[in-house]
Design a protein around this ligand. Structure first.
Ligand SMILES: [Zn+2]
Length: 190
């Protein structure tokens, strides 16, 4: 799947919104990804995540680990496409942990899967959990990467879509008098 093909899918599925948005960072942007809409149609979700599976397959993973909530569905679909196990890390009292009986063996080859990655912090938290169990992070895959993410191993993304955002007092959309929307108020989960 090429980047333009994925961009077209995101627009068709209603995941890619154009307008004037208040981001969770407090900055303003003309674009917002309502990421769960990528997975609303299972056929679309399978097509997109299948493409991501093909990208990370070369790392020969044995397990997919993602971060709840956003990574659970793409993690499952990528694991299904590769015929390997799938599990997720979640926050307990603010700390990322693997629970629900999920176990990683020493030296297991893990690929971390994310939906939309902005800072990469969540993937790094998952990587720390995986490494604390002496398993190996052999690749990190994301559907969309929204910024220059420093990570080891580097992020494999289907689409690089750098965030273009503005401080509220330097926002051209505010200057133009475009009404500001807060997609966060309708955001589902984390
Ligand atoms: Zn603005």
């Amino acid at each position: 799947m090429t980047a333009p093909e994925l961009l077209a899918i995101l627009e068709r599925s209603g995941a890619m919104l154009q307008g004037h948005f208040l981001l969770s960072s407090g900055r303003h942007s003309d674009r917002f990804i309502q990421k769960f809409r990528i997975f609303e149609d299972p056929a679309v979700a399978e097509k997109v995540c299948g493409a991501l599976a093909a990208e990370v397959q070369a790392a020969a993973p044995q397990v997919i680990v993602s971060a709840a909530v956003g990574g659970v569905i793409p993690g499952y679909i990528v694991a299904k496409a590769l015929g390997i196990r799938n599990m997720f890390v979640e926050k307990m009292e603010g700390r990322p942990v693997l629970r629900r009986g999920f176990q990683l063996a020493r030296g297991e080859r893990v690929v971390i899967v994310e939906d939309v990655m902005t800072t990469g912090r969540s993937a790094q938290e998952v990587a720390a959990v995986v490494r604390s169990l002496n398993a190996d992070v052999v690749a990190i895959g994301a559907i969309v990467k929204r910024g220059p993410v420093e990570s080891s191993p580097p992020v494999t993304a289907l689409l690089d879509l750098p965030l273009s955002d503005y401080a509220p007092d330097a926002c051209p959309l505010c200057s133009a008098g475009v009404a500001l929307q807060d997609p966060g108020s309708r955001r589902v989960g984390a």
